[in-house]
Design a protein. Structure first.
Lengths: 114, 107
């Protein structure tokens, strides 16, 4: 069955970067979009961007241009999102989700604090 | 970007009630709307895609309808396990956009 296993919670300092992962299994990794979604505590869902692992094409929500960088490693069926120049506004749970967001990872809590 | 206006922000229902949530898109989304349920501390769960197609495992008390810019999502005979937040998503165009969410509570 389809599974998306995300990396563990991160506590990072303001101004730094963090890279979180999403390991896919149970389907052909290169054939389906992988999306990333942000959810701040108590808030709604915000679409960050999308990568097609088959060819590495990406599309970003303009709001996250320069903040998020999406990559994918076909050899390990793992998608990555790097967040840079972190501020308190980046403290959130970050989800990966595949296809029409039909399958989701468990989420990664990123806390930005000095 | 397509804006999704979801209402109401919150809803109070008794067990057995029927509730309806609406989403209006800022432009025609050609039925490319999905509905998600999210419980605290969990990832969202896809319930309905393409306006009215129930995902495997979605109970039949959930339904969706609409066309053009206007869509609705209903739960008939609300059960205690339905207490959650619900979100719409348009996926006709990138960037995908979510509605702001509706929190369903027990009266």
């Amino acid at each position: 069955q389809v599974q998306l296993q995300q990396s563990g919670a991160e506590l990072v300092k303001p101004g730094s970067s963090v890279k979180i992962s999403c390991k896919a299994s149970g389907y052909t990794f290169t054939s389906y979009d992988m999306h990333w979604i942000k959810q701040q505590p108590g808030n709604g869902l915000e679409w960050i961007g999308w990568i097609y692992p088959g060819n590495g094409n990406t599309k970003y929500n303009q709001k996250f241009n320069g903040k998020a960088t999406l990559t994918a490693d076909k050899s390990s069926s793992t998608a990555y999102m790097q967040l840079s120049s972190l501020t308190s506004e980046d403290s959130a749970v970050y989800f990966c989700a595949m296809g029409i967001l039909g399958y989701w990872g468990q989420g990664v809590m990123v806390t930005v604090s000095s | 970007d397509i804006q999704m206006t979801q209402s109401p922000p919150s809803l109070s229902a008794s067990l057995g009630d029927k509730v309806t949530i609406t989403c209006q898109a800022s432009q025609n989304i050609n039925k490319y709307i999905a509905w998600y349920q999210q419980k605290p501390g969990k990832a969202p769960r896809l319930l309905i895609r393409y306006t009215s197609t129930l995902e495997s495992g979605t109970p039949s008390r959930f339904s969706g309808s609409g066309s053009g810019r206007d869509y609705s999502f209903s739960i008939s005979n609300v059960e205690s396990e339905d207490i959650a937040s619900y979100y719409c998503l348009q996926y006709v165009n990138l960037p995908y956009t979510f509605g702001a969410g509706t929190k369903l509570e027990l009266k």
